[in-house]
Design a protein around this ligand. Structure first.
Ligand code: SF4
Length: 259
């Protein structure tokens, strides 16, 4: 188990926490997807019995983590009674418990649990986001909803200039990232990148390494399809790839956007 790592050497690329704040302010005010707006609010009205006394966030959930991150983690969408309740990515449900335990044990988080926005959790060198910021019924966003939300992911990637590795948690996050690269003209086809657990990809010259993982949904973790050891391995692999890039090519930008 690796816990707190030595303070990393930064690449010297500019990071823009204030731009992230502006982006996140836009995200939390978004009403682009009528079906998801209605669903996120309904969950907050009905609430699960265990959380009856709590006020649900029930808005889009912004990204969370270290603005200078070299690792970007792309999930799927907020959990109904997790992030949609607490307002922070992967916070307040079993998926989050699983993910943050793995991040803690690989040196990216200062604690293994994530209960609320006020619980003291900090990420170092990692930033968590999602291709869809509002909870979708059945965890299944429509193609149009993913498209509606894509500009937020694009802006985030543009702002997070130190990113050297992307971990995609599940096919939807992976596909959303590849679609973005395709839109930017950085890859010609998504078919060249088949999803598999712990697969690594060099998508385009100068871009971050990409590692794919099964999503830490309860369905995957309770059946043993994804174990803690498997997820730790993914983050350790990400760190290795990041360090290798730092050794070879310090100062390279994450994604060329032409801006
Ligand atoms: S999913 Fe994204 S685009 Fe759709 S309403 Fe939520 S924040 Fe807006």
């Amino acid at each position: 188990m690796i816990r707190r790592q030595k303070v990393r050497e930064t690449s010297g690329s500019a990071v823009h926490p204030s731009e992230l704040k502006l982006l996140n302010a836009d995200v939390v005010r978004c009403f682009r997807c009528p079906r998801l707006v209605s669903y996120r609010e309904e969950i907050g009205r009905v609430r699960r019995r265990a959380y009856k006394g709590q006020e649900y966030w029930s808005r889009p959930v912004p990204g969370f983590g270290d603005p200078a991150a070299r690792l970007l983690i792309i999930g799927l969408a907020p959990g109904a009674h997790g992030a949609n309740r607490t307002g922070r990515m992967f916070t307040g449900d079993r998926s989050g418990d699983f993910l943050y335990r793995a991040l803690y044990e690989t040196g990216y988080a200062n604690q293994p649990t994530s209960a609320s926005r006020e619980d003291g959790l900090c990420l170092t060198d990692a930033y968590i986001t999602a291709p869809v910021r509002c909870v979708p019924p059945g965890n299944k966003p429509s193609r149009q909803e993913i498209l509606n939300c894509r500009s937020y992911l694009a802006r985030e990637i543009e702002i997070l200039q130190n990113v050297r590795a992307v971990v995609a948690l599940g096919r939807i996050g992976f596909d959303a990232y590849l679609s973005l690269l395709q839109d930017l003209g950085l890859i010609s086809s998504r078919a060249r990148f088949p999803f598999a657990h712990a697969a690594t990809f060099e998508t385009h010259p100068g871009g971050p390494a990409v590692i794919t993982s099964y999503h830490p949904s309860q369905q995957n973790t309770s059946t043993g399809k994804l174990t803690l050891d498997m997820l730790r391995t993914v983050f350790l692999l990400a760190r290795e790839l990041i360090e290798a890039r730092a050794a070879v090519k310090p100062g390279a930008a994450a994604v060329e956007t032409g801006k």
